[in-house]
Design a protein around this ligand. Sequence first.
Ligand code: GTP
Ligand code: MG
Length: 198
Amino acid sequence: MKIKLAEFIISNSDVSKCPKDHIPEYAFIGRSNVGKSSLINMLTNRKNLAKTSGKPGKTQLINHFKINNEWFLVDLPGYGYAKVSKSLKNTFQKFITAYFEKRKQLVSAFVLIDIRHEPQKIDLEFMQWLGENQIPFSIIFTKADKLKPGAIQRNVELYLQKLTEDVWEEAPNYFITSSSSGTGKEEVLNYIEQINLS
Ligand code: GTP
Ligand code: MG
């Protein structure tokens, strides 16, 4: 799929104030610093469409980006960032939870996982929660440029093994990406296109 137009529409912390358009929507979620905002920039060929930072905790709101006037990409705050205060963490958690529970336009989420890390409880629990709430999702393994191909394969296999041991009968759909090299771009965009056409 070609992205001809990518526009920032609105940021907010209240799901009822998200855009009213009834068009398909895809949301990026995962730990702080995993590369959600960078991936949105990579997919849309834009350097600064979504704000990124080397420090975790950059994205603090629900951000809607309209693509080709036909669908939305949504950048969300990260979870699991120890340095934000407890009350801020609760606020984040509340509006992220409300977003997933209430946003009818959400077609599928992408749960981002840093390919270098072993499975983390917080991610496994979040995916379990999505499953319990019947929210479809795929996994995106990020920062593939940081590992050699053998290590990528090994880590992905370990991750899928852990998921199918603990939580799922079947491993979810997954992608391997790098926002630095563009790895996985076509795969993710084609996947979204297939859903939009179906
Ligand atoms: P929050 O908004 O804080 O939740 O973080 P985020 O998940 O949006 O992460 P962000 O995109 O801001 O990226 C965090 C850091 O990781 C930045 O320094 C990025 O340059 C770096 N980064 C993101 N994706 C990649 C990647 O694919 N490869 C490499 N090498 N670095 C990446
Ligand atoms: Mg971000």
